[in-house]
Design a protein around this ligand. Structure first.
Ligand SMILES: [Zn+2]
Length: 514
């Protein structure tokens, strides 16, 4: 028993309420010192980050690239001494897809190499192709007749010219200021806005899928597009289509060749073509498409608990990325921090009471598929009477996630869970010198802690500095914009939070699930 007086006080409180107390929790300063020493003086976080971002590269869900990266992560977990290291299937995802080669050039009226990437789950070209690039502005069904029979063999400029966002060029570095942190802390109530009225879809307006199918039926050579809005950046996502069909081999082969291009190169072609001057392009795309449907997997590993080993504290980050760059910040940086946190805990010979489990998710970029499937299978969903909750639902203390870039932690978001405030605030005390001071009751969305939060389990995301550069989801997300000290500090904080959550007398209290 670590703290008899606190235990006694707690027992008295429990007699009154029998509820989770939400009391502050003492800091284990000796363990914090060990964690800080290991994580700040013998850090390996940049070894993990560099191997992912430089050696392994992009990690599209279920690609051969991703399988290779997951093999590496599994080996790292075993090497640092984790147990129950598993690669756990979460869904029949589709067939693998990997880009093996892409080359795009403007040939006429002036030669220049261009920067472009195929959209994922589109087919390759039949070798090197030369085609005239033409503007095709399709909006409504009435537009189809104007172009029918005229597009065979053409390269289609399918989106309007990209509008360049100049803000990142003007603003430069964006560490959070004290004033900004204080302002975030003071915002206690975020007024709920009424949901925007749903406007029924105008059946005359062509969807992205209808446009794509029209281009394919017309026998175009390629569909070119630009949607990034940032100089030099290509946003390369998946081809449009219903989720159920998006990742199949048949669906992939039924699509035209589709290439996303930087706004500068795309806009230049568009301006030339709009003057009536012929634009000739050359391109070649080779993609490797799997033969059969396979399961996508998450990777997990554990430090086993002792007297409370049936209870679990989880930490994690999504391992998958889009395919146009190594995505060093989104989210190799989060993965490196979580692996390093586990390495630190093993290196200091931590023997936690609760089991500490790391999860490296897949399918996050497509819609939190990996984490949502995992939560549903292992913990259930009280909102869905057909699923209900499992016996492990009550045994999870909390889940901590990183996925808002590689910036240093400056605080933590409570996700509206006021009952967790005292606990999460007291564990922040050893990290004042890191500038980690802020507890906000606000909620963040868009990443894997949501999979926990939405079913009433405590899932948290840290509040991070914004680091300039690192265009997540683009071709420009490389290691160069990652600040090593930030990742080192983050791993120390995660290791410490995981330790305290694993040692606390109580699990982290939960908010009321509405
Ligand atoms: Zn992300």
């Amino acid at each position: 028993m670590r703290n008899p007086i606190r235990r006694a006080l707690l027992a008295m409180t429990l007699l009154g309420t029998m509820a989770m107390s939400g009391l502050p929790d003492p800091v284990d300063w000796v363990m914090v010192a060990k964690i800080r020493e290991e994580g700040l003086q013998r850090s390996q976080v940049m070894e993990f980050e560099s191997h992912m971002a430089d050696v392994l590269g992009a990690r599209l869900t279920l690609s051969q690239d991703m399988k290779r990266a997951q093999g590496w992560a599994t080996a790292v977990m075993a090497k640092i001494g984790l147990v129950n290291v598993v690669s756990e299937p979460f869904m029949e995802y589709g067939t693998t897809w990997d880009n093996e080669y892409v080359s795009v050039h403007l040939l006429e009226p002036d030669y220049t190499p261009m920067v472009g990437y195929p959209l994922s789950h589109t087919p390759g070209s039949a070798g090197k192709q030369v085609a005239e690039a033409v503007i095709v502005d399709l909006q409504v069904k009435g537009d189809l007749d104007r172009f029918r029979g005229k597009l065979a063999g053409k390269a289609i400029l399918s989106t309007p010219p990209a509008v360049i966002d100049m803000t990142p060029l003007v603003n430069g570095s964006q560490r959070r200021t004290d004033a900004e942190l204080e302002a975030l802390e003071r915002i206690v109530i975020v007024p709920t806005r009424p949901a925007a009225p749903r406007t029924p879809r105008n059946p005359e307006v062509l969807s992205a899928v209808e446009k794509m199918n029209f281009f394919k039926a017309e026998g175009v050579a390629a569909v070119l597009q630009s949607e990034s809005g940032w100089l030099g950046a290509v946003r390369g996502f998946a081809r449009p289509g219903a989720t159920a069909d998006r990742w199949s081999r048949a669906g992939t082969l039924a699509a035209p060749v589709m290439i996303a291009i930087t706004p500068e190169h795309y806009n230049r072609m568009y301006r030339i073509a709009s003057h009536g001057i012929p634009v000739k392009v050359e391109f070649e795309v080779r993609n490797r498409i799997g033969e059969q449907v396979e399961q996508a997997v998450n990777i997990l590993g554990e430090i086993p608990g002792s007297d409370l080993k049936g209870e679990v504290v989880m930490i994690g980050a999504h391992f998958d990325s889009w395919h146009a760059s190594p995505n060093a910040t989104d989210n190799a940086s989060g993965v490196a921090v979580m692996l390093e946190a586990m390495r630190i805990l093993k290196a200091v010979d931590a023997k936690p009471r609760r089991t500490i489990r790391i999860a490296l998710w897949s399918g996050e970029e497509q819609g939190l598929w990996g984490s949502r499937s995992y939560v549903r299978k292992h913990f259930g969903d009280p909102r869905d009477p057909k699923v209900g909750v499992t016996k492990d639902y009550e045994k999870l203390s909390a889940y901590f996630n990183q996925d808002y870039g590689p910036g240093q932690y400056r605080g933590i978001y409570l996700q509206g869970n006021e009952f967790a405030r005292a606990r999460l605030t007291s564990w922040m005390a050893p990290f004042k010198d890191f500038g980690m001071t802020m507890v906000s009751n606000q909620s963040l969305g868009s990443t894997d802690h949501v999979a926990f939060d939405e079913v009433g389990l405590p899932g948290f995301q840290f509040l991070q500095d914004r680091i300039p550069g690192g265009g997540g989801h683009t071709n420009l997300d490389f290691l160069d914009t990652v600040v090593p000290e930030d990742l080192m500090k983050n791993a120390v904080v995660v290791a410490s939070y995981a330790w305290h959550a694993a040692m606390s007398d109580e699990r982290i209290p939960r908010k009321t699930l509405k």
